[in-house]
Design a protein. Sequence first.
Length: 555
Amino acid sequence: MIKLRFLFLLMLLMVNLSILNAQNTVGLLSIKGTQVSEGYNLFYPYSQSTVFLVDLCGEVVHQWIDFTGGRPAASAYLLPNGNLVRCSRDKDFSMDAFVAGGFGGNVDILSWENKMLYSYTLNDSLYRLHHDVAPMPNGHILMLAWEKITPLQAVSQGRDENTLPNDALWPDKILEWDPQSDSIVWEWRAWDHLIQDRDSLLPNYGIISEHPERLDVNYDTQGGNPDWMHTNYIDYNPVLDQIMISVRNFNEIWVIDHSTSLEEARGDSGGRSGKGGGILFRWGNPDAYKQGDETLHHLHFQHDAHWTDPDALPGQPLFGEVAVFDNFTEINKSTALLVKLDFDTASWTYPASDGVYGPEKPERIIVHPENSIFSFSGVGSSVQRLPNGNVLVFAGRWGYAYEVTENNELVWEYRIPMLNGTPVSQGDVLNFSENEAYNFVRYPDDYPAFNNRDLFSRGYLELNPDEAFCFSQTSSIHDRPVLQSPQFWPNPAQSEIRLQMDPSLQTKLSIYTMQGQTVRQWPQGTRYFPVLDLPNGVYLLVMDGFRPQKLVIQH
């Protein structure tokens, strides 16, 4: 153990020394503009309250602020209509009953303008939301939650009483929330689908290897830690009406039938696959159901298991393809996997061979081309197949995202420029766990949420940015040409601002708050702008075709 710690510290030192010689240390690190997949990146850094949307150069184009001071818990997603789904928690958790990695409590839906539309809270002595959600096409949200099981309840279901040192188990459940009615309309409980082979006089007794649809109540990789399963990601497939979850502490991904009624979800019959709420498919570690051998152990405390194209139909190339971030492929090495699942549309089942679900190996394993230590993360993290075939990988502990082509060529790198929630300057060196985020999602340029919305730059997230770096690497990142900005004065302004620009140029002018709310607009040709009635503060002055500029109003 001491040797491993020494080697890791040595690697950190080498990383920091190499950073000092690099052009950029945070924000955009490299880009090959003709090969990168165009779009905007969404992330929700730890230790602060804002969700950021940034372009490929690293300039912030939109943000959602939690004015209550909440914290990430842990993912955030942009819906096609422009609303944001955010998992958050209260900053103070000193009195909470459930505290473990990914602990949450709130699922919020915000408008593009940062208005709270809907919110669901679950954090009490018996249940707590955590980690991730899966938005559904019908507007519902699938949510993960822990539920508390007492030692007496656990032992009565065949759990070995000697493996309960913390006096509780927290198996996971899935809740389907309808925001419109603010009600839970469907649920699935892991605790309804157990098997044990210790005591024939207790419920759920059977041969575990013959029942992969159930979970072994005594399988435990965490020495009795209450967070028994640690399910960390959830996804939904509308074509199959199925749910995928990443069960970290079982080293597996599971697929569950969502076409069941509430009653069927509690049992082992019903639904389109006929297995009720039983596990339809599991992959990554057949030892969890006493099958296979170590050669079939492909997942190691993984995150972000999801269908790469959940709308793909049978026969289409991406139908059944799954991406997953494998956190501990080796000591201090993470990889991203693309896995092709075999699904029989005739029987509506996932075939198994000799009791083991395939495939025998992933179709692709993505390794960082330069073996960067930044690509390792023991927790969090995400992976995404992009529209042009590239793959975007995010190592959460380093706040580091990198994009590779199908030939594993590195074409884009970015490091979140924040130190424990506070922006840092270009040139600053960040260490392990200082700029964490849970996931990192790219939305393509033509994503419906961006229709008829201004995605103007509000400047870089980092301080003292190298503004010329991105444009020196490529000219394809921005659709609109960036011209030399017109001049305006005074700044700070008291009662009015005046604009000086080429008379042949005609452009309208707008003033926005730093939260993206429009407070004033003037038509083309205007040169004098009264601001006496605007409150003191910092604003963005935006003119079509030009870089936004900061405007300070100080009466």
